[in-house]
Design a protein around this ligand. Sequence first.
Ligand code: SF4
Length: 375
Amino acid sequence: VEIVNEIGRFPTRNHKRGVFDKVTAVGSTRIRDEFRVAKNSCFNCKIQCKLVTISKKHHSIGEGPEYETVVSLGSGCLNDDLDTLIYANHLCNDLGLDTISCGSSIGFAMECHEHGLIKEDVNWSDADKIVQLVKDIAYRRGLGDLLAEGVMRAAEKIGGGADKFAMHVKGQEISGQDGRAHRSGGLTHATSVRGADHLRGLSVIDEIGYPEIGLRRYGEDKLPAALNRHSEEFKGQMVYDVEYFLSVVDSLILCKYGTMYPLCYYFPDIPDILYSLTGVDLFNDEDNLRRIGKKICLLRRAFNQREGKSRKDDTLPDRFLHEPEEEGPAKGQVVNLDVMLDDYYQLWGFDKDGLILPETLDEFGLEDVKKELYK
Ligand code: SF4
């Protein structure tokens, strides 16, 4: 939380800003020292990333918050009441709500209210209102019923320019990154097949900076451009690489902690692990694993292509493209998405409109998919 705020990429006030002046109030140090009572984990994991926390004010115990929730139910709503943020997180867990979509929908409602598009009082920083809306979204009551539709559909129903405040890609609310302060993050959000998503292609080499790993993966001639989080240069390549690596990671049910944060394991490490576990020769071949990863990504993309998705859908909200960041280290920055999209499409073998070329499908043995897309 604190580090990301330092680089001006801590989404605040419904993604309008990248710096939260109350960051210490919701930061990781406070969560650890004042609210964490235990750690939990998946089977046998020594990292134990899952926090068990207590909200004394609301008499609640449960898991969280993770970084994303501190953004969506915290800085995104200008909420610095950490105890209530934690309670709202527990509620989301118990009620089966995704904290990113839920919190983002509440931040959207706050900005709509500020501009007179929602009459009901939904004011910035109102922690009790956040709790009420989490419950109302879950039980589809009042304004909660509208917000339960997500920001894209809610904005369509509200009208009057509410779409300007609906921070989504392909209908999915945006996670806790901002392409203005972290260009490859913007390209990831725009191209992710299921909508704004930080888990399918987020490059962290240029985020908080891993210069040695950047050098090892991309060579001296690509630095410092690859490490410059405010430059579009070379970000198409970085997102492309991470995307097909993470498709292998997801298929193997490996954790993102160690493959994404921090960058401990990469393609050269996977054959050793996989071959020792399975004895399958095909898995002892890094090139083959890379090919499998790319094929998975192409299949996902092909699904969207069949459903009519193309370059027009690989985009970002206007806020990221045309509203310069107002303060912090990314002040004055906007995302020049087209440059990155062109590079990314070329690497994948798509045409200018983002459609997979027939020869790309042939190259990966996806003739059946080609028949369906090009009948
Ligand atoms: S999510 Fe990953 S880091 Fe966290 S406990 Fe599970 S395996 Fe460990």
